[in-house]
Design a protein around this ligand. Structure first.
Ligand SMILES: Nc1ncnc2c1ncn2[C@@H]1O[C@H](COP(=O)(O)OP(=O)(O)O)[C@@H](O)[C@H]1O
Ligand SMILES: [Mg+2]
Length: 435
């Protein structure tokens, strides 16, 4: 391996770095047998050399990466920067760097401007210097690997990155709850999940927690033999492999954990019941949609309050207003450091039905930022009957845009907002009228 002169630091072989290298070399010799599979993440690799391209091709075929979506491109950090001006950033970027120290740092800083904060970076370079390693860590690079790198080395590095029990879980949970039953909370949850998977190209698991009456299977036109009830029955032996077996793949990036929707059991589980399942879900995909039922049990309350994001759906009448107010008060008291839940006022403008105007409804709750979805029996009815999402149908672009915007705000993935800004400007203006 040839080393380039390193500006600023010179060739200083630091003992820390030697230790790092030693540790790495010993790991590379280990067998892959114990190496855990990677979750449902998207990986894009930018390779400067044909050697790394072929390593990525080999890694792709490994069963531990079977759940990932991995793509390799020719070109290094500047090619990646150019690419991500237009395209959404994946969960993980692998970069190969052949430039010198200063140029490498400059190129990485450029790339940082177009990357989402949640994106991890693994850098493969030829400079063997602990100062560089520290500079990279400071810039948020998750792992630096010195060339040459074998497929096994890379698999091990990636697996450790995603299976480290000391780091925060990979995935975020987004809980959807209705202020009453039948207000459209599940419909919105499913459409937002679909939008994240389809437009943000992120893997999503939609978990239907309405165990007795859930409709996720119907809405996505799926009737799997195994459901969330199996996971509940097998609580003590539930692990990631078991979870894998009961998930139904709806599309490339969307999986479902359906409800059995039968009445053989009641759903009065204890409060902490779903903790382990949530942990598994969060380590399995970047986003989990929790489609919560409209019931008030310990476990449902616990799931709601422990989600990363909350969406409350209501229809514009007095009972809904009171219920949203109570939910907001509780949520505010229990998690005051989190952002406020998103509010969707659904099924507005039903003919002859007296209703509170969406703006007044929101204003009574001190909300100036909310979504309004008009009652549209034809389109929502057709979607439900056909087992389709609104974004898959024709003539429903305006409604689908609302789901896309809500999805973008929930995940915070800026590029989606970038792409849809001009389209959404007039709509957004309407939705953000202040009180
Ligand atoms: N904006 C809307 N216009 C017309 N029908 C809607 C709308 N939103 C939802 N629906 C319909 O309302 C019914 C109840 O929706 P669902 O999502 O199951 O509610 P929840 O989960 O709150 O009980 C479904 O038939 C759905 O298609
Ligand atoms: Mg529901």
């Amino acid at each position: 391996m040839s080393e380039q002169p390193i500006p600023n630091t010179g060739f200083e072989i630091n003992s820390d770095f030697e230790a790092f290298e030693e540790e790495f070399a010993s790991k590379a010799g280990e067998s892959l047998k114990e190496v855990r599979p990677l979750p449902r993440i998207s990986i894009q690799a930018f390779c400067e050399t044909p050697q790394l391209l072929s390593v990525i091709e080999a890694v792709k075929k490994d069963r531990r990466l079977a759940r990932t979506h991995i793509k390799a491109f020719s070109g290094g950090i500047s090619a990646a920067t150019e690419f991500f001006y237009e395209a959404p950033t994946p969960n993980l970027i692998i970069l190969e760097a052949t430039q010198n120290y200063d140029q490498l740092i400059e190129d990485l800083d450029q790339l940082a401007n177009v990357c989402d904060s949640g994106t991890k970076v693994v850098l493969i370079g030829h400079i063997n210097d602990v100062h560089l390693y520290r500079d990279l860590v400071r810039r948020g690079v998750s792992e630096y690997v010195v060339t040459p790198v074998s497929p096994n080395d890379l698999i091990m590095v990636l697996s450790e990155l995603y299976n480290d029990p000391d780091t925060a879980p990979l995935g975020r949970t987004i809980a959807f709850i209705g202020a009453k039953g039948g207000v459209g909370s599940s419909t919105i949850a499913h459409n937002v999940g679909w939008s994240i998977s389809h437009h943000q190209t992120q893997d999503v698991i939609v978990a239907d927690l309405d165990v007795a009456f859930g409709t996720a299977g119907l809405d996505f036109n799926q009737d799997p033999p195994q459901t969330i009830a199996d996971a509940i029955k097998a609580a003590e032996r539930l692990d990631d492999q078991y979870l894998e077996r009961i998930l139904t793949k709806c599309s490339e990036r969307l999986s479902l954990l359906t409800a059995p929707a039968v009445l053989d059991q009641t759903t009065d589980y204890d409060g902490e019941f779903f903790g382990h399942m949530m942990e598994l879900l969060q380590n399995s995909a970047p986003y989990t949609i929790l489609d919560l039922p409209h019931i008030w049990t310990e476990w449902n309350k616990h799931l709601l309050l422990s989600a990363d994001e909350i969406v409350i759906t209501a229809i514009p009448d007095l009972a809904n207003l009171r219920n949203v107010k109570n939910l907001l008060d509780l949520i505010h008291n229990e998690r005051s450091s989190d952002g406020a839940p998103k509010l969707v006022i659904n099924q507005t403008g039903v003919q002859k039905r007296p209703e509170i105007k969406a703006a007044d409804f929101a204003s009574a709750l001190d909300y100036d930022d909310y979504y309004e979805i008009a009652f549209d029996a034809a389109n929502f009815g057709m979607a439900a009957n056909n087992g389709q999402m609104l974004g898959e149908m024709s003539g429903t672009a305006k409604i689908a845009e609302i789901f896309d915007d809500l999805a973008g705000r929930l995940t915070g993935r800026a590029e989606v907002q970038k792409q849809s800004k001009s389209l959404l400007a007039p709509l957004l203006k309407r939705f953000s009228q202040s009180k």
